[in-house]
Design a protein around this ligand. Structure first.
Ligand SMILES: [Fe+2]
Ligand SMILES: [Fe+2]
Length: 184
């Protein structure tokens, strides 16, 4: 039984959107003021609803806690590091939100850059170190409980609608980037 495969699929959408938003964030002169901040608001919505309230909830409330159960010796320090990085990402998000509120391009650019730097390294550590350890250390009965929790979250957060919204957002970013590139 694999309990991290879905998390890796979620990472793929996170990495794709992050990569695109980074390029968009650096083009304030190529996009109208209103559109720039509207796209950034949608990015904040993606981070709040897809990353923090969905993906990070699965990790923090179930996967990481299971790895800290008595008898599982191994990735405790790594989990502490992952939680610090989630916190750092939330601080970067605050900077983006502040930049949007004050229509301050520099703060938005700094916040997006910081957010993406934290998340890129973080996702790589999870996929290459933590998730393989989770698959190795957790027994099948714990894995079954985790996947049941995941199903509950997916139901309560309306997984298919959530995905649809943010896949659409990802596609909108690609179109916007094409427009920006043809303006040059
Ligand atoms: Fe994480
Ligand atoms: Fe993750």
């Amino acid at each position: 039984m694999n309990i991290t495969q879905e998390l890796v699929i979620e990472h793929q959408l996170i990495l794709t959107i992050n990569q695109h938003i980074l390029v968009v964030s650096l083009q304030p002169n190529q996009i109208s003021n209103d559109e720039y901040f509207a796209v950034m608001e949608q990015y904040v919505s993606f981070v709040d609803h897809f990353i923090d309230d969905y993906h990070h909830v699965k990790e923090e409330e179930f996967l990481f806690q299971a790895l800290e159960l008595p008898g599982i010796i191994g990735p405790h320090l790594l989990i502490a590091e992952m939680l610090v990085e989630h916190e750092l990402s939330r601080q970067a998000l605050q900077l983006i939100k502040q930049g949007i509120a004050y229509k301050n391009y520099d703060e938005v650019i700094q916040g997006v850059d910081k957010y993406i730097q934290v998340m890129s390294g973080h996702i790589s550590k999870e996929e290459n170190i933590l998730y393989p350890l989770a698959e190795k250390y957790l027994n099948n009965s714990i894995k079954l409980r985790i996947s049941q929790f995941y199903e509950d979250i997916e139901k309560s957060k309306q997984k298919s609608l959530l995905w649809k919204n943010y896949v659409n957002f990802s596609e909108r970013l690609i179109l916007l980037l094409r427009e920006v590139c043809t303006i040059h």
